[in-house]
Design a binder for this molecule. Structure first.
Ligand code: SAH
Ligand code: SF4
Length: 353
């Protein structure tokens, strides 16, 4: 046998955006750096929005030249940024390692700026009206890839709005990628980082009951949105197939528990499909469900997905549905469809890219 000489390849540095401050400190310690170095880096990147080590003036000169070898501060490049004509909504297509692409959306209304994040490339849950569901699941996103979406959109908006909100309503089911999503949330929440209050972060789920309970155990005041869409198991089994695993009774019990333990009203998301779930009796049952737990209702007129036959109800039908709910339900809003022109509205992500 001829001995083969191997030279150990240095492993690539970890993605900065996937590390909590504590994990970063531990990692930096292996490179001989003191604990407070992690705080300095967090402050530069998340508070001063400076990613060039050369400009991080309180780091020792000797370390500035080596930061890139210790952790990877690069963001995934945007292969496309699409904007609505009124510039209120921007859709970002980010190119990830390994060739995957993921979409995230920023939406500005008069009241606030909201970043809509993806948690997976595709989704395995196959809801009947969702473009992402049609793709199937390619892979989970890492915590770093989730935090990087916020950084990319914040950079684009030049960090002008200090108080933006985050919703996990992009591609994927966030609770099916629980650990990475929670790690990302903790990084975003860190007071020495972006310092995002839990109340400004909402996780939307199609109804993974054990994970809803786990989220309640976190003891954070995160917003929870539940993709209800139907008021009977028969219809919900068709629209949101995960209902076969955790039917309405179990789901609503978990939602009530979440609302009570977090002290926050659960948002019941209800996508209106013409002739399917928009009848007066649907509204009556929806109001009854909403009254049984701390909640508010968010109606989403269906956003068309190429290849799917569902129809958005006429504007008048949406109004009639909302008006039937109003006197009996706790709170009702109709989601303005932002970004329809660029296929950036709810349920349209992944549809065209
Ligand atoms: N996977 C999570 C979050 C992403 S989808 C979830 O299902 O909750 C965000 C919201 O848009 C969900 O309520 C989803 O059911 C809804 N949605 C999906 N496709 C839609 C479409 N074509 N039109 C309107 N809403 C849609
Ligand atoms: Fe997945 Fe949510 Fe789309 Fe359902 S609605 S397929 S859970 S992304």
């Amino acid at each position: 046998m001829i001995p083969v000489e191997t030279t150990a390849q240095p492993s690539p540095p970890p993605n900065f955006y996937g590390l909590s401050r504590r994990q970063l400190a531990d990692h930096l310690a292996t490179h001989g750096q003191p604990t407070f170095r992690a705080q300095q880096l967090f402050s530069w990147v998340y508070q001063k929005h400076q990613r060039h080590p050369g400009a991080m003036t309180d780091l020792p000169l000797s370390f500035r030249g080596h930061v890139a070898e210790v952790c990877d501060l690069r963001l995934p490049p945007a292969s496309a940024v699409l904007s609505t004509p009124d510039q209120s909504t921007h859709k970002f297509v980010l190119s990830l390692a390994g060739g995957a692409r993921v979409e995230c959306v920023s939406m500005r209304t008069e009241r606030r700026l909201t970043f809509c994040l993806s948690s997976q490339v595709g989704c395995a849950l196959g809801c009947a009206f969702c473009a992402t569901g049609l793709m199937g699941l390619s892979r989970n996103l890492s915590a770093g890839e989730i935090v990087a979406q916020v950084m990319a959109m914040g950079d684009f908006h030049r960090w002008q709005d200090e108080r933006f909100n985050i919703v996990f309503m992009g591609m994927g089911e966030p609770l099916a990628n629980y650990d990475a999503v929670m790690t990302a949330i903790r990084i975003l929440h860190d007071e020495r980082g972006l310092n995002m209050g839990a109340r400004r972060i909402t996780v939307s789920t199609s109804g993974l009951v054990p994970h809803i309970r786990k989220l309640a155990d976190e003891g954070m005041q995160l917003g929870l949105a539940l993709s209800l869409h139907a008021t009977t198991d028969e219809l919900r089994d068709r629209l949101v197939p995960v209902n076969k695993r955790w039917p309405l009774r179990e789901l609503l019990a978990a939602a009530r528990e979440y609302g009570e333990r977090s002290g926050r009203r659960v948002t019941l998301e209800y996508t209106l499909l013409a002739g399917v779930n928009d009848r007066p009796e649907d509204a009556d049952r929806l109001a009854e469900i909403a009254r049984a737990l701390p909640s508010k209702i968010n109606l989403i007129p269906y956003n068309p997905v190429p290849g799917l036959e569902w129809k958005r109800p006429e504007r008048r039908a949406v109004e009639a549905f909302a008006h039937r709910l109003l006197p009996i339900a706790p709170a009702v809003t109709v989601r303005r469809t932002l970004g329809g022109e660029i296929w950036a509205a709810c349920g349209q992500l992944g549809g065209l890219s």
